[in-house]
Ligand binder design. Structure first.
Ligand code: AKG
Length: 339
């Protein structure tokens, strides 16, 4: 079937074509049927890229905790997350924009998703392991809608096997739409399917898939980078909107600004949403399906994007409000002229 630019499908049509060009259609089917998928290193990047990511993560670990000892026991019994590492090396920005990872995440959350977490993860030999859970952190709800609200990639910095302390999944649990009970957490701990994959692979899943990890039997460290993305109306778990700089926005493609949520509508002040930024075509608009930003776009955004202004939420400036209204109307006119 020829995938055309059907307006009814919005940005999913070009996204699908790009995922097809990356030979990732089986991964879409795996996400749908089983709730997780593994992309092999050669579809993620060349060997030099994998080396650069590994060196960058080991650099972060050494900067925060010192170099691990040669006996491979420094991180014994640990399952340690290194929060907010995105700004510590440029190669992390490249990893975030990786077409395979971002493309599959967008297939789950929409092309306007935002970045919620970007962390390193170290696991040593011994007791450290992650209990079976789902990533939908609304503990007040007993059942969930069919579609995920957040999705993850795990970039494997070291090889994964059960004895390495791999992440594990309960295949098909993405269709159960509920959290595991305490009894199920126990039941699946050693029965979940371990991901056995080489360093440089990317594992992708949506927030409803039950997952955990095995304890590491081998000495040395299991290293991984976690990216979590969410729908744009959600609160992010790390403050990318507040920590991103104009320089970081300028050196990355426009979609990066969308991931940082610097053009998002919320919170409203007395003047309502900033319509000039909402209509700027940075595709994290919550009000409309914005223009598709290609996964392969590497053009630096330069000064076409900027960090979120410091709004005075308590002020109502009639002129500002009028400028926003005009911008919104101009955009609506342009859209109807296109139709
Ligand atoms: O590998 C692990 O220990 C679990 C990973 C995990 O739960 C996550 O990345 O959300």
């Amino acid at each position: 079937m020829k995938i055309e630019d059907w307006k009814s499908a919005g940005p999913n049509a070009p996204l699908y074509r790009e995922l097809a060009s990356l030979d990732l259609l089986p991964n879409l089917a795996e996400l749908d049927f089983f709730g997780f998928t593994v992309v092999p290193p050669e579809k993620v990047g060349p060997p030099e890229f994998h080396t650069a990511v590994r060196e960058a993560l080991t650099g972060v670990i050494e900067a925060r905790f010192g170099a691990p000892g040669a006996d491979g026991l420094t991180w014994k019994d640990a399952n340690q997350i290194f929060r907010l590492i995105l700004w510590e090396h440029r190669v992390f920005e490249e990893l975030l924009m990786n077409p395979a990872g971002l493309g599959l995440v967008q297939s789950l959350l929409g092309t306007n998703c935002i970045l919620s977490l970007f962390d390193g993860w170290v696991k040593g030999p011994g007791e450290g392991r992650t209990p079976i859970h789902m990533d939908h952190w609304d503990f007040t709800r007993k059942t969930f809608a069919p579609e995920p609200n957040s999705a993850n990639f795990n970039y494997l910095v070291t090889d994964y096997s059960a004895a390495d302390g791999a992440i594990s999944f309960v295949p098909g649990s993405n269709r159960w739409h509920r959290a595991p009970s305490p009894a199920e957490v126990k039941y699946w701990a050693d029965r979940a399917h371990p991901v056995e994959a080489p360093a440089g692979s990317m594992v992708i899943w949506g927030d409803q898939t039950w997952h955990g990890s095995f304890a590491r039997e081998n000495v040395g460290e299991r290293l991984m980078i976690l990216g979590t993305f969410s729908r744009p109306y959600m609160q992010t778990q790390e403050p990318f909107r507040d920590t991103v700089t104009d320089a970081a926005l300028a050196r990355n493609p426009v979609r990066f600004a969308g991931l940082m949520d610097v053009y998002g509508a919320f919170p409203f002040g007395k003047e309502d949403a900033d319509a000039r930024r909402l209509t700027a075509n940075v595709n994290n608009s919550v009000l409309e399906i914005a223009e598709y930003r290609s996964l392969f776009d590497r053009e630096p955004a330069g000064d076409s994007v900027s960090i979120r202004p410091r709004y005075d939420y308590e002020t109502f400036d009639r002129e500002q409000w009028e400028a926003g209204r005009q911008a919104r109307m101009a955009r609506a006119r342009a859209r109807s002229a296109e139709d």
